[in-house]
Structures are given as C-alpha cells and as structure tokens.
Design a protein around this ligand. Structure first.
Ligand SMILES: O=C(CO)[C@H](O)[C@H](O)COP(=O)(O)O
Length: 228
C-alpha cells in the first residue's frame, strides 16, 4: 500500500510544470506527493503561488522547502493551475468522498480554485458505489447536537461525532460528524440536503470537481480523465 502511494505521489509530482500555481492536498498520499515535489524544488523547480489544504500539509511543505501563500490574507491567490489531493473513495463518475483526515473544507475550497484537479489514490479507493467510508461533515461546534439530530432525521442514519475522549477539532475550529451510510444511493441529493442545513460548514462529497484520477495498483499506474 505504501509503495502504491509512493508511486502515485511521484507520478503526480511529475505533472507539475515550472511556474504553476498549485494546491496541495491532505492525507498520507498527498504528503508523499509534497515530499516528491520538495525534491523537485530542491533540484531547482520554481513554482507560482502554492496553497496548502491543512496545517499538516503546511508543516510538511515548509519542511520540504516549499514556500506557501497565506490564505488568511485579502491578497491570497484566487486561482490555481493545478490541485493534487487524495480521496477516501472514488466512484466511476469521479464523484469523491473526502475528509478522512478532517480537512475537507479547505480541500474543497482549494479544489474549487483550481483549473485542474488531479486525485491520487491506490486502487483500494476505487468503488462502484460511494458510502462504505462514512461521509465526513464539518459542523460548527455551537449547536452541533442539534445539527447531528437534523442529519439523523433527514437520512435515517445515526451519526458519529469524531474524536476519542474529546471531539476532534478541525483546522477551522469545527467538529466532524461521520455519517455511516453504507451505500449512498443518490450522492447529488445527499450533497444538496447537507449543503442547505444550518450548522453544516461543508460535507465530504466532491461532485464534478475531479478532472483526473491517478490510480496505483498491482498492475502499475493508471491515469483516467473525467468524461465531461
Ligand atoms: O480527504 C482527505 C483528508 O481530509 C484525504 O485526502 C483522504 O482521507 C485520503 O487520505 P490518505 O491518502 O491518507 O488515504
């Protein structure tokens, strides 16, 4: 599995061209990509503005000698050439479940800024139907129990507040509710219902955002483009 993640991370780093404005994803595969990119930067590759999707990725990028734009400033970049990120699930229509690392909100903002979004996964993430991986939803801590109850009433599924002894707090200061659907029959409907709920900051369904998927498997690397 680690070898597959490394292979796909190296392949993604090779897609980066000089001067590109880049979005760096989160999770173990994305961090391997950041390391591979760092090696290219150390060898002389220059980049345009680079944006990280989590504190962990920001720390890794800095350790690897990659300078980052400050997304909290008014003059932060508003567009990117390429965003590269992992995923928890990818279906045949390139719909994704993301947020296993609790970074879905920044990941979605960065993906939405990018002209091209490339998802890097090992073959185990490719699924016929989304939902076996519990769907992460970032919610505001204020009234989170009410938000959780509303989600449960809407979908008839018991949600799980992420965290062990205490709730996990995201980089944005929010909580994560995981919805164990098992099978998401209609991802567009679920996405629309969640998006309109008070208290929901963002959900982990990424629909119509991925342009390409790089998949590392036993048979080597596969590159698939979205049919648009
Ligand atoms: O969405 C994410 C983080 O919020 C990650 O991209 C996703 O969880 C995949 O992670 P990994 O590469 O470690 O399997």
């Amino acid at each position: 599995m680690l070898a597959a993640k490394r292979e796909v991370a190296e392949a993604a780093a090779a897609l980066v061209e000089p001067g590109m404005r880049l979005g760096l994803g989160s999770g173990s595969t994305a961090l391997l990509f950041v390391e591979a990119l760092g090696r290219r930067v150390a060898a002389g590759l220059t980049l345009g503005a680079v944006v990280a999707t989590s504190q962990a990725t920001e720390n890794k990028a800095r350790d690897c000698g990659i300078a980052l734009a400050d997304m909290m400033l008014a003059d932060a970049p508003t567009g990117l050439d390429l965003a590269i990120d992992g995923a928890d699930e990818v279906d045949p229509a390139f719909r994704l479940v993301k947020g296993g690392g609790a970074c879905l909100t920044r990941e979605k903002i960065v993906a939405a800024m990018a002209q091209r979004v490339v998802i890097i996964v090992d073959g185990t993430k490719m699924v016929e139907k989304l939902g076996r991986f519990a769907l992460p939803v970032e919610v505001v801590p204020f009234g989170y129990a009410a938000t959780a109850a509303r989600i449960e009433r809407t979908f008839g599924v018991e949600v799980v507040l992420r965290g062990d002894d205490a709730p996990l707090v995201t980089d944005n200061g929010n909580y994560i509710l995981d919805i164990p659907f098992g099978d998401i029959a209609d991802p567009e409907m679920v996405a629309a219902r969640l998006s309109e709920m008070a208290g929901v900051v963002e959900h982990g369904l990424f629909i119509g955002m991925a342009d390409e998927v790089l998949i590392a498997g036993e048979g080597g690397l596969t590159r698939r483009s979205a049919a648009r």
